[in-house]
Structures are given as C-alpha cells and as structure tokens.
Design a protein around this ligand. Structure first.
Ligand SMILES: C[S@@+](CC[C@H](N)C(=O)[O-])C[C@H]1O[C@@H](n2cnc3c(N)ncnc32)[C@H](O)[C@@H]1O
Ligand code: SF4
Ligand code: SF4
Length: 396
C-alpha cells in the first residue's frame, strides 16, 4: 500500500523545482496553524493557494454537486445570466502579474473550467510565469485540448471520476465516464509525443451513497492510465440544523446572509455504512496500482461512519484558510471560502488583490473566526478547505 506521500519522490526526481514550489506553498498554508489562533494577526502577507472558480457554467449536472445538484442554484437560466458577468481574460493577466511573485499554487475550477472562453490562453499565461498550475475538471473536454495541455506544461490535472462506468454515469451523467477515459488516453498520447511527464494526472472521487460500495471497481478500471494519485473526497454534507445555526451566527457576527450552504444538504450521505466503507477502502488499498490513495480528510477508519451519520461531529478545527488562501469567483468577487461565497471581500475588477486580501472586511472575518468556538463557524464542519487545512481533532 502506498502512503499519502508516496508521490513526493517521483515529483522530486522528475521536477525538483515544481516539488520545491509545492512544498513552499504547503508550508505557507501550514504556518498559521503552528501557533495558537489568538496570536494570529488580522492581516496576512502569505498566499499559498489561490482558487479560481472561473465560470458558473458546466455541461454536467452531478447529483451531489453543491452548485448544480438537486439543491444547487448555479444552474439553468441563473447560471446562464451569471455567465454574462465573467471577468475578461485581460483582467486575469493583470491579476496573475500581481500574484505570481508570491508563487502561490493556482487552482482552477468552476463550474467546468474549460467552459471559460479563454481558458487555454489563461493557463498558458500562468505556466509562462513559472507558477504551478492545477486544474480540477470533469474531464469531458480533455481529449480535444490534450495537445495544448501538455505543450503548455500544465502541472496537475485533478479529474473527477465517481465510479466505474455505470456508477459514474448514474452520478455524473450518461457518457461522461467514456469521455474521461478518452481524455486520459489523449493526454498520455500527447505526453509521449512531447516526451513529457507533465501534467501529473490523478482522479478525485466524491463519496456518496451511490458510489461508496463500488470504489474498488473504479480503482481496477483506471490502473493502466499512469495516474499519480487517487483522492477519495469524503464529501461535503450538511443538514437543516447546521444550516440554521450557521445562518444565525453569520448574520449576527458578520452581517451576512447565508445562501450557499443549504445546497450541500443533499442527503447523499444518508445510509453510508462506516463498516462497509472501511472494508471497501481496505480492498482499494490492496489493489496497489502504484499511486497513493488519499482520503480527504485523512480520518481514523473507525470514525468514517460518524463522518456521514452525525454531521455535527467536528473532525477538523481551527481553520487557517483566510491566512493563506482565497477564491476568485467568476465575476471577480474575492472570498476566503471557495464553496460558500456569501461573504464578499471585494472585487478584482475594482481593486488590487492584495489590498482586498487585507481590507477591513478581510480583517473582520479573520477576527471573528479567531474568536469563534474551535476556530470555525457552525457551517464549517464539512468544508473541503477545512478538511484539507484545518487541525485534526483528537480521535479523528
Ligand atoms: C464543483 S466541481 C468543479 C470542477 C469540475 N466541474 C469537476 O467536476 O471536477 C469540484 C469538485 O467538487 C466535487 N464535488 C461535487 N459535489 C461535492 C460535494 N457535495 N462535496 C464535496 N465535493 C463535491 C466534484 O466532484 C469535483 O471534484
Ligand atoms: S461537473 Fe463539477 S461543477 Fe459540474 S455538476 Fe459535476 S461536480 Fe458540479
Ligand atoms: S472552514 Fe469555514 S471559514 Fe474556513 S474556509 Fe471553510 S467555510 Fe470558510
């Protein structure tokens, strides 16, 4: 069984400069967690990771998606209307110029990022600035863009795949599995053509009650695509009680109306049996297909049942995200919380990013977070960024 860090020697051997840049970004993100949150300043000069939710559009409608799933709002006519407000690529070039000296990891997502009109040009611009570029995609546009992806030296491709064919397509839509597989083949062909190890490519599986018993079938199906990782994202879920508490808290403390969290109250966590899931994870690890299998969050296998059945249980606390990360939304708004863009700090079409990152609203958010029980807000309990960067709670 490969450990979570098994991929590091490969990166170091093949692309030492990239490995060092990633390591420094992670250190930047870890720094704020090294000391008690009471002593953190309300401003920050650090930026390890910058997310771009670059478009509100997507060609799929995955059942558990917090944007476009059953309870998501970023779909249909509303998403179409919002797509008229996207930031022009010239503005993003200016932003990249401002950010690149800090060498954060650039993480593109959406919606489906390939639906941003100038996506390929923007990505090429980021890599030309010697910055690390990672793209999270549903994989359905990989085949037609494979040549440029490899030629322009993208670093990481995080491709969502939620199961082997039937399982995946029941979640992500008919034909989506095949298109991803064609994409893997096209990328590998282009890598041979350019004799390149880039991009490192891996899959991200979001766990829900439709796929958790079939993760081993997926692991077997993708073993020949020279993948670099398989991330098993345990998923973001919430319930009415958590949403109600979060709404009250955020209104009172930050005068913010919460609209995004409730879309994660999908119920797709219900019925996930911790013992059965543990057994499936054991099988997946036993397949040993040469790349690390990483659960996010890393969690004691005996606690997986609780993760899904008791959405109040805190597995990560002391969120440090606002001290080293931010998300730029498709309309230029800046937020700390990528999945929950309710609290707007400012907009990059009006102000410089680093002025926004430390403006009065940003400082207020950090101060309220520092003063909150466990260093998180009520709605943060299953936040993906917190699962990645929050402090591991004792016992979990
Ligand atoms: C919102 S998508 C955007 C990028 C692209 N459209 C894709 O699917 O990869 C980003 C990631 O969030 C995952 N995701 C969707 N619903 C989720 C949920 N309820 N909890 C956690 N992750 C979720 C997706 O599977 C995907 O890996
Ligand atoms: S492809 Fe991504 S953004 Fe589109 S519906 Fe699926 S998870 Fe959501
Ligand atoms: S844990 Fe809370 S404050 Fe931190 S990024 Fe997530 S939603 Fe935002």
């Amino acid at each position: 069984m490969k450990t979570n860090f098994a991929v590091v020697p490969r990166f170091l051997r093949q692309h030492p400069a990239m490995a060092v840049n990633i390591a420094l970004s992670f250190l930047t993100m870890k720094k704020a967690s090294l000391y008690d949150r009471r002593y953190r300043e309300s401003t920050s000069k650090e930026l390890g990771l910058i997310y771009f939710r670059i478009t509100p559009l997507c060609n799929l409608r995955c059942v558990m998606c917090g944007q476009r799933g059953e309870k998501g709002v970023l779909k249909g006519k509303y998403a179409y209307e919002e797509s008229k407000n996207i930031v022009p690529v010239e503005k993003y070039y200016e932003l990249v110029d401002e950010l690149s000296p800090k060498k954060p990891v650039f993480y593109m997502w959406g919606g489906e990022p390939f639906m941003y009109p100038d996506f390929m040009d923007l990505c090429a611009y980021i890599t030309s600035k010697k910055c690390i570029l990672s793209v999270n995609t549903n994989g359905t546009f990989l085949a037609e863009n494979a040549d440029r992806i490899v030629r322009d030296k993208w670093h990481g491709l995080f491709v969502s795949l939620d199961g082997f064919e039937d399982t995946n397509d029941s979640i992500r839509g008919k034909g989506s599995y095949r298109r991803v597989i064609e994409g893997f083949e096209a990328i590998n062909k282009a890598k041979r053509k350019y004799d390149s190890n880039l991009p490192y490519m891996g899959i991200v599986t979001t766990v829900n009650r439709l796929n958790y018993l079939h993760l081993d079938e997926l692991a077997l199906a993708v073993r020949d695509f020279d993948l670099a990782w398989h991330i098993i994202n345990l998923g973001t879920y919430t319930n009415d009680d958590v949403v109600a508490r979060h709404k009250t808290f955020m209104k009172e403390k930050l005068d913010t109306n919460i609209t995004c969290l409730q879309a994660y109250n999908t119920g797709y966590n219900e019925g996930i049996d911790g013992e059965k899931f543990k057994e499936i994870l054991r099988k997946v690890h036993a397949i040993d297909n040469g790349y690390p299998i990483i659960t996010v969050p890393v969690i004691d296998p005996d606690k997986i049942g609780e993760y899904y059945s008791d959405l109040d249980v805190i597995v990560r606390d002391n969120c440090t995200v606002p001290w080293s990360q931010a998300n730029i939304d498709y309309n230029g708004n800046v937020h700390f919380c990528a999945d929950y863009p309710d609290y707007v700090l400012g907009n990059i079409t009006k102000d410089k990013f680093f002025d926004i990152f430390n403006n009065e609203r940003a400082q207020r958010f950090r101060e309220v977070l520092k003063g909150s029980p466990n260093g998180i807000f009520p709605g943060c309990v299953r936040c993906y960024q917190n699962m990645l960067c929050g402090q591991r709670r004792k016992g979990y």
